[in-house]
Design a protein around this ligand. Structure first.
Ligand code: ZN
Length: 219
């Protein structure tokens, strides 16, 4: 059944080839030229979070929507290079990234039910793109160190802050063996209030992580 769905998706891509959301050029959801023109993100609510693009921009929103709900996996390629540049740029400076110390990339996990529905974790695809550029081997990727133990209610986004936080409590569990004494960079597509990243960070620090930062495509 799953392979039938993927064949169907492949056919859809053949019939409707991917074009740039912003300028219409064929091949990718966002072309290199348009990416350089996207507005920068505002500062996130938490200082441990770095976001690159402004989520209020229609092209950014559209790209991320396609990425999550329309199987547009190539969006990861469009954004991966920017994420890597950010890791070696300002964020890298503040982390004192050097060849002597490795950093663990942890994509924000999906609950296994949602992973089955979607077929992929968009945050993991982003992290994998970062690794493609990391020829010096500064970054490692682990998708098993942090697990989503509870499916959080998507509706909660619209609820009040307290309800949202309550919804997230106990949503993650970390493996101390994999995260102990590690410098961790959480990877996600979008941050809005930062509550999800803050909860994941709390769990990782509790499990013994040395430091936890977060990098997202948009805010
Ligand atoms: Zn374009």
């Amino acid at each position: 059944m799953h392979s039938l769905i993927s064949i169907f998706k492949h056919l859809v891509n053949l019939i409707f080839p991917q074009t740039c959301i912003r300028c219409g050029v064929a091949g990718v959801p966002l072309c290199k030229d348009c990416i350089t023109k996207l507005p920068q993100a505002r500062e996130a609510e938490h200082s441990f979070i770095t976001a690159i693009f402004d989520y209020r921009d229609p092209s950014v929103r559209q790209a991320i929507w396609q990425f999550k709900y329309r199987n547009a996996r190539k969006v990861a390629e469009s954004f991966g290079e920017k994420l890597y540049e950010e890791l070696l740029g300002d964020l890298g400076d503040s982390l004192h990234i050097s060849k002597n110390e490795s950093f663990l990339l942890i994509p924000i996990p999906l609950h296994k039910k949602r992973l089955q529905e979607r077929g992929y974790n968009q945050s993991e695809l982003l992290a994998r793109e970062i690794l493609k550029y990391d020829t010096e081997g500064i970054f490692e990727l682990t998708s098993h160190a942090l697990i989503r133990t509870r499916a959080t209610n998507a509706q909660a986004k619209k609820e009040k802050r307290a309800a949202r936080l309550e919804n997230l409590r106990g949503a993650f569990s970390a493996n101390p063996e994999l995260v102990c004494k590690k410098n961790i960079i959480l990877i996600d597509d979008v941050t809005t209030t930062g509550a999800t990243l803050a909860e994941a960070r709390k769990v990782l620090l509790k499990a013994g992580a040395r430091s936890v930062r977060a990098l997202t495509v948009a805010h």
